[in-house]
Design a protein around this ligand. Sequence first.
Ligand SMILES: [Ca+2]
Length: 584
Amino acid sequence: MKTALKASLTGAASAVFLFGCTTMGESPQPPQLKAATPAALQINCADVAAKFSYAALRITASNPIAAGAVAVSGASNAPKTDYEAPAHCLVKGLMYERVGVDGKNYAISFEMRLPNAWNGRFYHQVNGGLDGVVQVALGALGGGPLTGALHQGFAVISSDAGHNGSQNPSFGADPIARQDYGYTAVAKLTPMAKGLIAAAYGKAPDRSYIGGCSNGGRHTMVAASRFADQYDGFLAGAPGYRLPQAALAQVWGSSQWKNLSPETPLAASSLTHPFAPSVKIPDISLGFNAQDRQIVSDAILNKCDALDGAKDGLVQDVAACQKVFDINRDVPTCTAGRDGKCLSIQQKNTIATVFAGGKTTDGKPLYANFPFDVGISATNWAAWKYQNAQALDPGALSFIFNSPLRTVKAFDTNYDELYAGIYAKPVGFAESSDETINPSGHDKPAYMAALQKRGAKMITYHGVSDGVFSELDTRAWVERVAAHVAGSSNVLRHFSVPGMAHCSGGSATDQFDLLTPLVQWVEQGIAPASIKATARGAGNAGGVNAELPKDWAANRSRPLCAYPTVARYKGSGSLEDAASFSCQ
Ligand SMILES: [Ca+2]
Protein backbone atom coordinates (compact mmCIF):
# COMPACT_ATOMS: atom_id res chain seq x y z
CA MET A 1 0.00 0.00 0.00
CA LYS A 2 2.84 2.34 0.84
CA THR A 3 4.34 1.68 -2.57
CA ALA A 4 0.99 2.35 -4.24
CA LEU A 5 0.64 5.71 -2.52
CA LYS A 6 4.21 6.68 -3.40
CA ALA A 7 3.43 5.85 -6.99
CA SER A 8 0.33 8.02 -6.91
CA LEU A 9 2.35 10.91 -5.46
CA THR A 10 4.76 10.57 -8.35
CA GLY A 11 1.79 10.37 -10.70
CA ALA A 12 0.43 13.64 -9.34
CA ALA A 13 3.76 15.33 -9.94
CA SER A 14 4.04 14.09 -13.51
CA ALA A 15 0.40 15.05 -14.13
CA VAL A 16 1.50 18.68 -13.82
CA PHE A 17 3.36 18.23 -17.08
CA LEU A 18 0.58 16.18 -18.65
CA PHE A 19 -2.15 18.68 -17.96
CA GLY A 20 -5.24 17.75 -19.91
CA CYS A 21 -3.97 14.25 -20.62
CA THR A 22 -4.70 11.13 -18.63
CA THR A 23 -3.02 7.80 -18.66
CA MET A 24 -4.66 4.52 -17.85
CA GLY A 25 -5.30 4.12 -14.14
CA GLU A 26 -4.84 7.80 -13.34
CA SER A 27 -7.65 10.19 -12.61
CA PRO A 28 -8.08 13.33 -14.71
CA GLN A 29 -6.34 16.42 -13.35
CA PRO A 30 -8.89 18.05 -11.04
CA PRO A 31 -10.22 21.43 -12.11
CA GLN A 32 -8.52 24.49 -10.61
CA LEU A 33 -10.94 26.48 -8.46
CA LYS A 34 -10.74 30.24 -8.70
CA ALA A 35 -9.22 32.20 -5.85
CA ALA A 36 -11.47 34.15 -3.50
CA THR A 37 -11.54 37.92 -3.74
CA PRO A 38 -12.01 40.29 -0.78
CA ALA A 39 -15.04 42.40 -0.01
CA ALA A 40 -16.08 44.80 2.73
CA LEU A 41 -18.90 44.37 5.21
CA GLN A 42 -21.87 46.24 3.76
CA ILE A 43 -24.55 45.62 6.35
CA ASN A 44 -24.93 47.69 9.53
CA CYS A 45 -24.12 45.03 12.14
CA ALA A 46 -26.95 46.06 14.47
CA ASP A 47 -29.43 45.62 11.61
CA VAL A 48 -28.64 41.96 10.83
CA ALA A 49 -31.77 40.59 12.53
CA ALA A 50 -33.97 43.07 10.65
CA LYS A 51 -32.29 42.61 7.28
CA PHE A 52 -31.68 38.84 7.18
CA SER A 53 -34.18 36.06 7.62
CA TYR A 54 -33.90 32.34 7.03
CA ALA A 55 -36.12 29.33 7.67
CA ALA A 56 -36.01 28.08 11.29
CA LEU A 57 -33.60 30.87 12.25
CA ARG A 58 -33.85 33.29 15.17
CA ILE A 59 -31.08 35.83 15.50
CA THR A 60 -30.67 36.80 19.15
CA ALA A 61 -27.92 39.43 18.95
CA SER A 62 -25.65 41.23 16.52
CA ASN A 63 -22.94 43.56 17.76
CA PRO A 64 -19.87 45.21 16.27
CA ILE A 65 -16.61 44.05 17.91
CA ALA A 66 -13.59 46.35 17.81
CA ALA A 67 -10.20 45.21 16.56
CA GLY A 68 -8.13 43.77 19.39
CA ALA A 69 -11.08 42.99 21.64
CA VAL A 70 -10.65 39.23 21.09
CA ALA A 71 -7.26 37.49 21.09
CA VAL A 72 -6.57 34.35 19.11
CA SER A 73 -7.08 31.38 21.39
CA GLY A 74 -3.97 30.57 23.39
CA ALA A 75 -2.36 33.89 22.53
CA SER A 76 -3.72 35.80 25.48
CA ASN A 77 -0.22 36.81 26.59
CA ALA A 78 0.77 37.79 23.07
CA PRO A 79 1.25 41.29 21.72
CA LYS A 80 -2.24 42.25 20.64
CA THR A 81 -1.05 43.91 17.46
CA ASP A 82 0.17 40.53 16.22
CA TYR A 83 -2.59 38.22 17.33
CA GLU A 84 -5.72 40.31 17.77
CA ALA A 85 -8.89 39.46 15.89
CA PRO A 86 -9.79 42.16 13.37
CA ALA A 87 -12.85 44.39 13.66
CA HIS A 88 -15.91 42.30 12.96
CA CYS A 89 -19.65 41.82 13.41
CA LEU A 90 -20.65 39.16 15.93
CA VAL A 91 -24.00 37.50 15.17
CA LYS A 92 -25.57 35.08 17.64
CA GLY A 93 -28.60 32.95 16.94
CA LEU A 94 -30.54 29.70 17.11
CA MET A 95 -31.84 27.32 14.47
CA TYR A 96 -34.57 24.70 14.73
CA GLU A 97 -35.77 25.39 18.27
CA ARG A 98 -37.86 22.43 19.38
CA VAL A 99 -38.80 20.11 22.25
CA GLY A 100 -37.05 16.72 22.28
CA VAL A 101 -38.45 13.31 23.13
CA ASP A 102 -37.16 13.85 26.66
CA GLY A 103 -39.30 16.99 27.01
CA LYS A 104 -36.28 19.27 27.04
CA ASN A 105 -35.70 22.29 24.81
CA TYR A 106 -33.24 21.82 21.97
CA ALA A 107 -31.80 24.16 19.36
CA ILE A 108 -28.69 24.56 17.24
CA SER A 109 -27.02 27.55 18.86
CA PHE A 110 -24.32 29.35 16.94
CA GLU A 111 -22.20 32.44 16.67
CA MET A 112 -20.85 33.89 13.48
CA ARG A 113 -18.06 36.43 13.21
CA LEU A 114 -18.02 38.55 10.05
CA PRO A 115 -14.83 40.61 9.60
CA ASN A 116 -15.25 44.17 8.32
CA ALA A 117 -12.42 43.45 5.85
CA TRP A 118 -13.38 40.03 4.48
CA ASN A 119 -11.14 37.75 2.41
CA GLY A 120 -14.08 36.29 0.47
CA ARG A 121 -13.99 32.95 2.31
CA PHE A 122 -16.26 31.06 4.72
CA TYR A 123 -14.82 28.88 7.50
CA HIS A 124 -17.03 26.44 9.41
CA GLN A 125 -15.30 25.84 12.73
CA VAL A 126 -16.32 22.41 14.01
CA ASN A 127 -15.56 21.73 17.64
CA GLY A 128 -14.33 19.02 19.98
CA GLY A 129 -15.67 16.62 22.60
CA LEU A 130 -19.38 15.90 22.50
CA ASP A 131 -20.07 19.48 21.40
CA GLY A 132 -22.74 21.28 23.44
CA VAL A 133 -20.77 24.53 23.71
CA VAL A 134 -20.65 27.42 21.23
CA GLN A 135 -16.89 27.90 21.18
CA VAL A 136 -15.65 31.35 20.16
CA ALA A 137 -15.64 31.46 16.36
CA LEU A 138 -11.97 32.30 15.93
CA GLY A 139 -11.14 29.30 13.78
CA ALA A 140 -7.99 28.78 15.89
CA LEU A 141 -5.39 26.67 14.12
CA GLY A 142 -2.98 24.00 15.38
CA GLY A 143 -1.75 23.30 18.89
CA GLY A 144 -0.92 26.54 20.71
CA PRO A 145 -2.45 28.64 17.93
CA LEU A 146 -1.05 32.01 16.98
CA THR A 147 -3.48 32.53 14.18
CA GLY A 148 -6.94 31.51 13.10
CA ALA A 149 -9.42 31.82 10.30
CA LEU A 150 -11.01 35.02 11.67
CA HIS A 151 -7.56 36.53 12.12
CA GLN A 152 -6.89 35.72 8.46
CA GLY A 153 -10.09 37.41 7.27
CA PHE A 154 -12.52 34.50 6.96
CA ALA A 155 -16.16 34.77 8.01
CA VAL A 156 -16.36 32.08 10.72
CA ILE A 157 -19.27 30.14 12.23
CA SER A 158 -19.16 27.94 15.35
CA SER A 159 -22.05 26.01 16.90
CA ASP A 160 -23.01 23.65 19.72
CA ALA A 161 -24.14 21.06 17.12
CA GLY A 162 -27.71 20.98 18.41
CA HIS A 163 -27.62 20.57 22.21
CA ASN A 164 -26.27 22.44 25.21
CA GLY A 165 -23.67 21.34 27.74
CA SER A 166 -26.22 20.31 30.36
CA GLN A 167 -27.64 17.84 27.80
CA ASN A 168 -24.31 15.98 27.51
CA PRO A 169 -24.45 13.05 26.97
CA SER A 170 -28.21 12.41 27.40
CA PHE A 171 -29.02 14.25 24.15
CA GLY A 172 -28.06 11.04 22.35
CA ALA A 173 -31.38 9.50 23.40
CA ASP A 174 -33.18 12.09 21.24
CA PRO A 175 -33.03 10.95 17.59
CA ILE A 176 -32.86 14.46 16.11
CA ALA A 177 -30.24 15.66 18.61
CA ARG A 178 -28.12 12.59 17.95
CA GLN A 179 -28.39 13.14 14.22
CA ASP A 180 -27.60 16.88 14.56
CA TYR A 181 -24.45 15.96 16.49
CA GLY A 182 -23.62 13.37 13.84
CA TYR A 183 -24.01 15.48 10.72
CA THR A 184 -27.27 17.41 10.32
CA ALA A 185 -26.24 20.46 12.38
CA VAL A 186 -23.56 21.11 9.75
CA ALA A 187 -26.12 20.49 7.01
CA LYS A 188 -28.62 22.94 8.53
CA LEU A 189 -26.11 25.67 9.37
CA THR A 190 -24.13 25.70 6.12
CA PRO A 191 -26.71 27.19 3.71
CA MET A 192 -27.90 29.67 6.36
CA ALA A 193 -24.32 30.83 6.97
CA LYS A 194 -23.70 31.26 3.26
CA GLY A 195 -26.95 33.23 2.99
CA LEU A 196 -25.96 35.47 5.88
CA ILE A 197 -22.58 36.09 4.23
CA ALA A 198 -24.34 37.04 0.98
CA ALA A 199 -26.57 39.47 2.88
CA ALA A 200 -23.61 40.95 4.76
CA TYR A 201 -21.14 41.37 1.90
CA GLY A 202 -23.28 41.49 -1.24
CA LYS A 203 -21.96 38.15 -2.46
CA ALA A 204 -21.89 34.55 -1.28
CA PRO A 205 -18.49 33.16 -0.22
CA ASP A 206 -16.20 32.53 -3.16
CA ARG A 207 -14.65 29.57 -1.36
CA SER A 208 -15.79 27.61 1.69
CA TYR A 209 -13.71 25.67 4.21
CA ILE A 210 -14.48 23.46 7.20
CA GLY A 211 -12.08 22.33 9.89
CA GLY A 212 -11.48 21.22 13.46
CA CYS A 213 -9.64 18.74 15.65
CA SER A 214 -10.76 15.56 17.46
CA ASN A 215 -14.56 15.49 17.20
CA GLY A 216 -14.07 18.51 14.92
CA GLY A 217 -11.88 16.33 12.71
CA ARG A 218 -14.72 13.83 12.69
CA HIS A 219 -17.22 16.52 11.67
CA THR A 220 -14.85 17.52 8.87
CA MET A 221 -14.45 13.99 7.54
CA VAL A 222 -18.20 13.45 7.80
CA ALA A 223 -18.77 16.66 5.82
CA ALA A 224 -16.40 15.37 3.13
CA SER A 225 -18.43 12.17 2.89
CA ARG A 226 -21.83 13.89 2.82
CA PHE A 227 -21.45 17.52 1.71
CA ALA A 228 -18.69 17.45 -0.90
CA ASP A 229 -20.62 20.07 -2.89
CA GLN A 230 -20.70 22.56 0.00
CA TYR A 231 -17.03 22.94 0.87
CA ASP A 232 -13.86 23.45 -1.16
CA GLY A 233 -11.33 22.72 1.58
CA PHE A 234 -11.46 20.30 4.53
CA LEU A 235 -8.97 20.44 7.44
CA ALA A 236 -9.36 17.40 9.71
CA GLY A 237 -7.15 17.20 12.82
CA ALA A 238 -6.86 14.03 14.93
CA PRO A 239 -10.07 12.87 13.28
CA GLY A 240 -12.19 10.71 15.57
CA TYR A 241 -13.76 9.35 12.43
CA ARG A 242 -14.72 6.09 14.18
CA LEU A 243 -15.74 7.78 17.39
CA PRO A 244 -18.07 5.06 18.78
CA GLN A 245 -15.44 2.39 18.15
CA ALA A 246 -12.74 4.52 19.79
CA ALA A 247 -14.95 5.12 22.84
CA LEU A 248 -15.53 1.39 23.20
CA ALA A 249 -11.78 0.78 22.95
CA GLN A 250 -11.29 3.35 25.70
CA VAL A 251 -13.65 1.47 28.06
CA TRP A 252 -12.00 -1.83 27.17
CA GLY A 253 -8.57 -0.30 27.76
CA SER A 254 -9.58 1.08 31.14
CA SER A 255 -10.34 -2.46 32.30
CA GLN A 256 -6.90 -3.59 31.15
CA TRP A 257 -5.21 -0.83 33.16
CA LYS A 258 -7.46 -1.51 36.16
CA ASN A 259 -6.46 -5.17 36.16
CA LEU A 260 -2.82 -4.10 36.18
CA SER A 261 -3.22 -1.63 39.04
CA PRO A 262 -3.41 -2.46 42.75
CA GLU A 263 -6.67 -1.25 44.25
CA THR A 264 -6.35 1.79 46.45
CA PRO A 265 -8.94 3.53 48.61
CA LEU A 266 -10.68 6.20 46.57
CA ALA A 267 -9.49 8.91 48.92
CA ALA A 268 -5.89 7.95 48.13
CA SER A 269 -6.41 8.00 44.37
CA SER A 270 -4.28 10.37 42.30
CA LEU A 271 -6.99 10.61 39.63
CA THR A 272 -9.87 13.08 39.60
CA HIS A 273 -12.90 13.45 37.38
CA PRO A 274 -11.98 15.56 34.32
CA PHE A 275 -14.99 17.85 34.79
CA ALA A 276 -15.03 17.85 38.60
CA PRO A 277 -11.48 18.15 39.99
CA SER A 278 -12.67 17.58 43.57
CA VAL A 279 -14.20 14.18 42.73
CA LYS A 280 -11.82 11.24 43.06
CA ILE A 281 -12.09 8.34 40.61
CA PRO A 282 -10.39 4.91 40.82
CA ASP A 283 -6.66 5.11 40.22
CA ILE A 284 -5.94 2.91 37.22
CA SER A 285 -2.66 4.69 36.50
CA LEU A 286 -0.70 2.80 39.16
CA GLY A 287 0.01 -0.23 36.97
CA PHE A 288 1.65 1.92 34.30
CA ASN A 289 2.57 5.15 36.04
CA ALA A 290 4.45 8.24 34.89
CA GLN A 291 7.83 6.72 35.72
CA ASP A 292 6.95 3.53 33.81
CA ARG A 293 5.77 5.54 30.82
CA GLN A 294 9.08 7.41 30.78
CA ILE A 295 10.90 4.06 30.74
CA VAL A 296 8.97 3.07 27.62
CA SER A 297 9.44 6.48 26.02
CA ASP A 298 13.20 6.27 26.60
CA ALA A 299 13.29 2.75 25.15
CA ILE A 300 11.41 3.89 22.03
CA LEU A 301 13.89 6.74 21.58
CA ASN A 302 16.82 4.43 22.11
CA LYS A 303 15.57 2.12 19.38
CA CYS A 304 14.03 4.55 16.89
CA ASP A 305 15.42 8.07 17.31
CA ALA A 306 18.29 7.66 14.84
CA LEU A 307 16.15 5.99 12.15
CA ASP A 308 15.47 9.45 10.66
CA GLY A 309 19.17 10.38 10.68
CA ALA A 310 19.09 12.58 13.78
CA LYS A 311 19.21 11.67 17.46
CA ASP A 312 17.05 14.61 18.42
CA GLY A 313 14.34 13.22 20.72
CA LEU A 314 11.85 12.82 17.86
CA VAL A 315 10.90 9.67 15.99
CA GLN A 316 10.02 10.91 12.51
CA ASP A 317 10.03 7.51 10.83
CA VAL A 318 6.93 6.21 12.60
CA ALA A 319 6.40 3.21 10.33
CA ALA A 320 9.98 1.98 10.66
CA CYS A 321 9.82 2.36 14.44
CA GLN A 322 6.75 0.12 14.68
CA LYS A 323 8.72 -2.59 12.90
CA VAL A 324 11.86 -2.42 15.00
CA PHE A 325 10.53 -1.61 18.47
CA ASP A 326 9.55 -4.58 20.62
CA ILE A 327 8.46 -3.72 24.15
CA ASN A 328 9.21 -7.23 25.38
CA ARG A 329 12.77 -7.16 24.07
CA ASP A 330 13.66 -3.47 24.27
CA VAL A 331 12.52 -2.65 27.81
CA PRO A 332 14.43 -4.35 30.66
CA THR A 333 12.36 -6.92 32.56
CA CYS A 334 12.28 -6.60 36.33
CA THR A 335 13.86 -9.55 38.05
CA ALA A 336 12.93 -8.34 41.51
CA GLY A 337 10.80 -5.29 42.27
CA ARG A 338 10.20 -2.29 40.05
CA ASP A 339 13.33 -0.14 40.30
CA GLY A 340 12.45 2.70 37.93
CA LYS A 341 14.40 1.14 35.07
CA CYS A 342 12.39 -1.99 34.27
CA LEU A 343 8.85 -3.27 33.73
CA SER A 344 7.33 -6.53 34.91
CA ILE A 345 6.23 -9.23 32.47
CA GLN A 346 2.64 -8.46 33.42
CA GLN A 347 3.09 -4.77 32.66
CA LYS A 348 4.66 -5.50 29.27
CA ASN A 349 1.89 -7.89 28.34
CA THR A 350 -0.82 -5.39 29.22
CA ILE A 351 0.85 -2.52 27.36
CA ALA A 352 1.39 -4.69 24.28
CA THR A 353 -2.25 -5.83 24.45
CA VAL A 354 -3.62 -2.28 24.69
CA PHE A 355 -1.44 -1.04 21.83
CA ALA A 356 -2.47 -3.99 19.65
CA GLY A 357 -6.13 -3.14 20.35
CA GLY A 358 -9.02 -5.09 21.84
CA LYS A 359 -11.17 -7.61 20.01
CA THR A 360 -14.60 -9.16 20.33
CA THR A 361 -14.70 -12.81 21.34
CA ASP A 362 -15.05 -13.75 17.65
CA GLY A 363 -11.97 -11.72 16.74
CA LYS A 364 -13.30 -8.43 15.36
CA PRO A 365 -11.16 -5.42 16.30
CA LEU A 366 -13.06 -3.09 18.63
CA TYR A 367 -11.15 -0.18 17.11
CA ALA A 368 -7.51 0.12 16.00
CA ASN A 369 -3.94 -0.51 17.04
CA PHE A 370 -1.81 2.38 18.32
CA PRO A 371 1.75 3.38 17.37
CA PHE A 372 4.55 3.36 19.94
CA ASP A 373 5.91 6.91 20.18
CA VAL A 374 7.84 9.08 22.63
CA GLY A 375 4.75 11.07 23.70
CA ILE A 376 3.52 8.09 25.71
CA SER A 377 5.10 10.02 28.59
CA ALA A 378 2.79 13.03 28.08
CA THR A 379 0.18 13.86 30.73
CA ASN A 380 -2.41 14.22 27.97
CA TRP A 381 -1.81 10.59 26.92
CA ALA A 382 -2.46 9.48 30.50
CA ALA A 383 -5.53 11.71 30.85
CA TRP A 384 -7.19 9.95 27.91
CA LYS A 385 -6.17 6.44 28.94
CA TYR A 386 -6.96 6.77 32.64
CA GLN A 387 -9.35 9.62 33.48
CA ASN A 388 -11.39 10.11 30.33
CA ALA A 389 -11.64 6.40 29.61
CA GLN A 390 -13.54 5.82 32.85
CA ALA A 391 -15.26 9.19 33.32
CA LEU A 392 -16.29 10.28 29.80
CA ASP A 393 -16.49 7.33 27.44
CA PRO A 394 -18.99 5.21 29.41
CA GLY A 395 -21.53 8.06 29.31
CA ALA A 396 -21.06 8.59 25.59
CA LEU A 397 -21.49 4.86 24.99
CA SER A 398 -24.61 4.83 27.16
CA PHE A 399 -26.54 7.49 25.28
CA ILE A 400 -24.96 8.21 21.91
CA PHE A 401 -23.05 5.24 20.55
CA ASN A 402 -25.30 2.30 21.30
CA SER A 403 -28.45 0.35 20.59
CA PRO A 404 -30.43 -0.39 22.59
CA LEU A 405 -29.78 2.57 24.88
CA ARG A 406 -28.24 1.17 28.03
CA THR A 407 -26.26 2.20 31.05
CA VAL A 408 -22.58 1.59 30.48
CA LYS A 409 -20.48 1.97 33.58
CA ALA A 410 -16.75 2.39 33.95
CA PHE A 411 -14.95 -0.92 33.34
CA ASP A 412 -18.02 -2.43 31.62
CA THR A 413 -16.90 -5.71 30.08
CA ASN A 414 -19.82 -6.46 27.72
CA TYR A 415 -17.59 -5.73 24.75
CA ASP A 416 -19.43 -7.99 22.31
CA GLU A 417 -22.79 -6.39 23.05
CA LEU A 418 -21.38 -2.88 23.01
CA TYR A 419 -19.65 -3.55 19.70
CA ALA A 420 -22.83 -4.94 18.14
CA GLY A 421 -24.73 -1.96 19.51
CA ILE A 422 -22.65 0.43 17.42
CA TYR A 423 -24.04 -1.17 14.27
CA ALA A 424 -27.67 -1.69 15.39
CA LYS A 425 -30.57 0.78 15.11
CA PRO A 426 -32.21 1.78 18.39
CA VAL A 427 -36.01 1.74 18.46
CA GLY A 428 -37.21 5.08 17.10
CA PHE A 429 -33.96 5.76 15.26
CA ALA A 430 -33.52 5.50 11.48
CA GLU A 431 -29.78 4.88 11.67
CA SER A 432 -27.20 3.02 13.71
CA SER A 433 -24.59 4.96 15.65
CA ASP A 434 -22.00 3.96 13.06
CA GLU A 435 -24.16 5.50 10.33
CA THR A 436 -25.03 8.67 12.25
CA ILE A 437 -21.68 9.50 13.80
CA ASN A 438 -19.09 8.27 11.32
CA PRO A 439 -18.33 9.35 7.76
CA SER A 440 -20.76 7.69 5.40
CA GLY A 441 -19.01 4.62 3.95
CA HIS A 442 -15.74 5.10 5.84
CA ASP A 443 -14.66 1.53 5.14
CA LYS A 444 -14.68 2.22 1.38
CA PRO A 445 -14.09 5.97 1.10
CA ALA A 446 -14.83 6.29 -2.62
CA TYR A 447 -16.70 9.49 -1.73
CA MET A 448 -13.37 11.31 -1.86
CA ALA A 449 -13.67 11.03 -5.65
CA ALA A 450 -16.50 13.59 -5.49
CA LEU A 451 -14.13 16.11 -3.89
CA GLN A 452 -11.46 15.29 -6.42
CA LYS A 453 -13.80 15.72 -9.36
CA ARG A 454 -14.73 19.26 -8.45
CA GLY A 455 -11.28 20.39 -7.34
CA ALA A 456 -11.87 20.36 -3.57
CA LYS A 457 -9.02 19.29 -1.25
CA MET A 458 -8.59 17.72 2.17
CA ILE A 459 -5.69 17.91 4.61
CA THR A 460 -5.56 15.64 7.65
CA TYR A 461 -3.08 15.84 10.53
CA HIS A 462 -2.68 13.68 13.59
CA GLY A 463 -0.35 13.49 16.60
CA VAL A 464 1.43 10.13 16.66
CA SER A 465 1.23 10.07 20.48
CA ASP A 466 -2.54 10.64 20.53
CA GLY A 467 -3.96 8.59 23.42
CA VAL A 468 -7.56 8.33 22.19
CA PHE A 469 -7.66 8.33 18.37
CA SER A 470 -4.96 6.27 16.71
CA GLU A 471 -2.76 7.96 14.12
CA LEU A 472 -2.40 4.52 12.54
CA ASP A 473 -6.18 4.46 12.05
CA THR A 474 -5.99 7.76 10.15
CA ARG A 475 -3.15 6.33 8.04
CA ALA A 476 -5.32 3.29 7.35
CA TRP A 477 -8.11 5.58 6.12
CA VAL A 478 -5.67 7.49 3.90
CA GLU A 479 -4.53 4.17 2.44
CA ARG A 480 -8.15 3.13 1.84
CA VAL A 481 -8.75 6.40 -0.01
CA ALA A 482 -5.67 5.65 -2.12
CA ALA A 483 -7.06 2.20 -2.87
CA HIS A 484 -10.47 3.53 -3.95
CA VAL A 485 -9.60 6.86 -5.61
CA ALA A 486 -6.99 6.97 -8.39
CA GLY A 487 -4.48 9.77 -7.96
CA SER A 488 -5.71 10.47 -4.43
CA SER A 489 -2.72 12.63 -3.54
CA ASN A 490 -4.29 15.39 -5.65
CA VAL A 491 -7.27 15.51 -3.27
CA LEU A 492 -5.88 14.32 0.10
CA ARG A 493 -2.66 14.89 2.02
CA HIS A 494 -1.94 13.60 5.51
CA PHE A 495 0.58 15.07 7.95
CA SER A 496 1.77 13.06 10.94
CA VAL A 497 2.96 15.10 13.91
CA PRO A 498 5.55 12.94 15.71
CA GLY A 499 5.45 13.13 19.50
CA MET A 500 2.23 15.17 19.58
CA ALA A 501 -0.53 14.10 21.96
CA HIS A 502 -4.25 14.62 21.25
CA CYS A 503 -4.45 17.78 19.05
CA SER A 504 -1.54 19.46 20.90
CA GLY A 505 1.15 18.92 23.52
CA GLY A 506 3.68 16.16 24.05
CA SER A 507 7.33 16.15 22.92
CA ALA A 508 6.45 17.82 19.66
CA THR A 509 6.60 20.77 17.32
CA ASP A 510 2.86 21.34 17.60
CA GLN A 511 2.47 24.97 16.51
CA PHE A 512 1.52 25.19 12.84
CA ASP A 513 -0.99 26.62 10.37
CA LEU A 514 -2.33 24.09 7.89
CA LEU A 515 -5.19 26.33 6.72
CA THR A 516 -2.94 28.65 4.71
CA PRO A 517 -1.43 25.75 2.70
CA LEU A 518 -4.93 24.30 2.26
CA VAL A 519 -6.12 27.59 0.75
CA GLN A 520 -3.04 27.71 -1.50
CA TRP A 521 -3.77 24.17 -2.66
CA VAL A 522 -7.46 24.79 -3.30
CA GLU A 523 -7.14 28.21 -4.90
CA GLN A 524 -3.69 28.14 -6.52
CA GLY A 525 -3.06 24.45 -7.11
CA ILE A 526 0.05 24.37 -4.90
CA ALA A 527 -0.03 20.94 -3.25
CA PRO A 528 1.51 20.96 0.23
CA ALA A 529 4.52 18.66 0.62
CA SER A 530 6.21 20.13 3.69
CA ILE A 531 4.83 22.46 6.38
CA LYS A 532 6.95 24.16 9.02
CA ALA A 533 5.97 23.48 12.63
CA THR A 534 7.46 25.01 15.76
CA ALA A 535 7.85 23.92 19.37
CA ARG A 536 6.29 26.09 22.07
CA GLY A 537 9.23 26.71 24.36
CA ALA A 538 9.80 29.50 26.87
CA GLY A 539 8.20 32.76 25.82
CA ASN A 540 6.00 31.28 23.12
CA ALA A 541 3.07 33.60 22.49
CA GLY A 542 0.64 30.74 21.90
CA GLY A 543 1.22 29.29 25.37
CA VAL A 544 4.27 27.37 26.59
CA ASN A 545 4.31 23.57 26.29
CA ALA A 546 5.65 22.61 29.72
CA GLU A 547 6.48 19.06 28.64
CA LEU A 548 9.08 19.88 26.02
CA PRO A 549 12.43 18.18 26.65
CA LYS A 550 14.80 20.53 28.42
CA ASP A 551 17.53 20.16 25.79
CA TRP A 552 15.34 21.46 22.96
CA ALA A 553 15.70 25.05 21.77
CA ALA A 554 12.62 27.04 22.75
CA ASN A 555 11.82 27.67 19.09
CA ARG A 556 12.85 24.30 17.62
CA SER A 557 11.25 23.80 14.22
CA ARG A 558 10.62 20.79 12.02
CA PRO A 559 8.97 20.15 8.70
CA LEU A 560 5.70 18.23 8.87
CA CYS A 561 5.83 15.91 5.86
CA ALA A 562 3.06 14.74 3.55
CA TYR A 563 2.53 11.03 4.20
CA PRO A 564 4.23 8.72 3.39
CA THR A 565 7.33 10.95 3.30
CA VAL A 566 9.32 11.41 6.51
CA ALA A 567 11.42 14.32 7.82
CA ARG A 568 15.02 13.17 7.57
CA TYR A 569 18.17 14.98 8.70
CA LYS A 570 20.24 16.29 5.83
CA GLY A 571 23.44 15.38 7.68
CA SER A 572 24.49 18.92 8.49
CA GLY A 573 22.97 21.98 10.09
CA SER A 574 21.38 22.70 13.45
CA LEU A 575 19.14 20.02 14.95
CA GLU A 576 16.90 22.85 16.12
CA ASP A 577 16.12 24.11 12.61
CA ALA A 578 13.57 22.75 10.12
CA ALA A 579 15.93 23.76 7.31
CA SER A 580 18.27 20.92 8.35
CA PHE A 581 15.60 18.34 7.46
CA SER A 582 13.89 17.33 4.24
CA CYS A 583 10.78 15.28 3.52
CA GLN A 584 11.79 12.00 1.91
CA1 LIG B 1 15.13 11.45 15.39
